[in-house]
Design a protein around this ligand. Structure first.
Ligand code: SF4
Length: 482
């Protein structure tokens, strides 16, 4: 076990990633790697470039394996047989953009610290990673790479003079940005979420064992019952005897990523007490109330938009039909590292149900339009299969701004909505009409307890440019360090 690699990129701070993390602590030593595998498998939609599992062997050592590829490719039967039984373990699936796509950046990060060997996995983007790295360099630390994970690990170790728990708490208090974190050290499992709760993280339980997952669908796959969300700004320490200790950070203000409900999360997940399915269905209902369109059929682009399309159909009375078939063995187009890989993925990913759509006026619901290339290809595909009209409805507002918190929308130039009007976008993608859901309607569809009072609890930066953190302060500094 253990894995090292050859390529060490020297410029990693600009990358964005959207990942999935799993953590387990069991009362007894057992094959927890099997559970981690199932959890990661359920989180595969959050990252398809690399996968890794680390388990604690004894108080001071960790066994791990990570490599490039899908969970099922990385963790063959042979590899799984070599992962020792354990009581604590973590797992990670990773997505990244070009330039950082190699195994040095795969997680979990395993490191020797003041208290022996530890392992950590995280999802998100640390805004002040550059500042922290500078401070650590001045304090005499050396770094193997410049990835955020190594900076977090160094910071935890830096503050672990007294004990690891304090090290994690002080480190989390210093981190600025979006993160969900799992750490195994000294027979404990730690889980933490940034003070804005930008990244999701949930806790589950099964027969006295505790489970942590980016989404509740990961808990379901491990047969664990949902206990609760890790709260924004909370650090949870879980012992093998089932004790849970919660520490809250300062300056907590909830701004969870609303894009989780739009696209990122799986429809069967529940995040921050809001069912992703219900939020998407409600968006479809809202679109039907706002846009009455004379059409024969409604359909959704698989997978994320199907639920919203059903909501539209149920309210409008226009029948739902399947217009597009998805090849389930191809990854999500948005989650592919290069533009050329994205473009070829569309061709092999979707096919049209010709008999369902030929000669029909179709309302096609999409969850979001980011770059516009996928939508354009889908419309071309449907037209070549005989559809008469295509009226696009988008279950999120126009994406006008990039995300700085780990979702791959790199620059404004890449966003079709940054400089084009709704009519111009419609012409560009080749639809007969195009409408987006207003931000207020999306926010209320995603609100906790269906209460609009909670609609401000979301980051909506990619739609309205209002980010929960000072982008200029942190991200400019990062750039200047590179
Ligand atoms: S900018 Fe958009 S994608 Fe990024 S965290 Fe905010 S809502 Fe989510």
């Amino acid at each position: 076990m253990g894995h090292s690699c050859m390529l060490i990129p020297n410029n990693e701070f600009g990358r964005h990633e959207e990942c999935g993390i799993i953590g387990i602590i069991s009362r007894k030593e057992r094959e927890i790697s099997r559970d981690i595998y199932y959890g990661l498998f359920a989180l595969q939609h959050r990252g398809q470039e690399s996968a890794g599992i680390a388990v604690q062997v004894d108080k001071t050592s960790v066994s791990y394996y990570k490599n490039m590829g899908l969970v099922s490719d990385v963790f063959t039967d042979d590899i799984m047989r070599h992962i020792p039984k354990s009581q604590t373990g973590i797992g990670h699936v990773r997505y990244s953009t070009t330039g950082s796509s190699n195994v040095i950046n795969a997680q979990p990060v395993v490191f020797y610290g003041r208290h022996g060997r530890m392992a950590m996995a995280h999802n998100g983007n640390i805004a002040n990673a550059g500042l922290i790295k500078e401070k650590m360099l001045n304090a005499g630390h050396i770094f193997q790479s410049s990835v955020d994970s190594e900076v977090i690990a160094a910071l935890i170790n830096y503050y672990s003079g007294e004990n690891i728990e304090k090290g994690i708490i002080y480190a989390c208090k210093e981190l600025v940005g979006a993160y969900a974190l799992v750490v195994i050290a000294e027979d404990k499992l730690y889980a933490a979420r940034d003070p804005q709760g930008l990244k999701p993280l949930v806790i589950g339980q099964r027969d006295g064992d505790f489970f942590v997952s980016s989404e509740s669908c990961g808990l379901d796959a491990m047969d664990a019952q949902m206990v609760r969300d890790v709260k924004p700004g909370e650090i949870v320490m879980i012992g093998a005897d089932g004790t849970l200790k919660s520490t809250m950070m300062d300056k907590i203000f909830r701004r969870s990523c609303i894009f989780e409900y739009v696209y990122l999360a799986r429809s069967d997940s529940v995040i921050d007490e809001v069912s992703v399915y219900e939020a998407r269905y409600e968006c479809g209902k809202q679109l039907a109330l706002l846009h009455k369109i004379d059409a024969d059929i409604v359909s959704g682009v698989p997978d994320s938009a199907i639920v919203a399309a059903r909501g539209y159909s149920d309210v409008s009375g226009i029948p739902y039909v399947d217009a597009l078939a998805k090849n389930r063995y191809v990854g999500r187009t948005f989650i592919q590292p290069t533009q050329s890989q994205r473009e070829s993925a569309v061709k092999i990913k979707l096919a049209a149900f010709k008999n369902n759509i030929v000669g029909k006026r179709l309302i096609l619901v999409e969850d979001s339009i980011v770059r516009g290339t996928t939508t354009k290809k889908i419309i071309r595909l449907l037209r070549s299969n005989g559809v008469r009209e295509i009226h696009m409805l988008v279950a999120s507002p126009i994406v006008k701004y990039p995300c700085y918190f780990g979702v791959d929308m790199d620059t404004r130039e890449q966003l079709i909505g940054a400089y084009k009007s709704e009519d111009e976008i419609c012409a560009e993608i080749g639809a007969d009409s195009l409408h987006y859901i207003p931000l207020a309607n999306l926010s209320s569809a995603c609100s906790r307890l269906n209460n609009a009072c909670f609609s401000d609890e979301y980051c909506k930066g990619c739609f309205d440019g209002n980010y929960p953190l000072n982008i200029d302060k942190y991200f400019c500094h990062k750039d200047s360090l590179e």
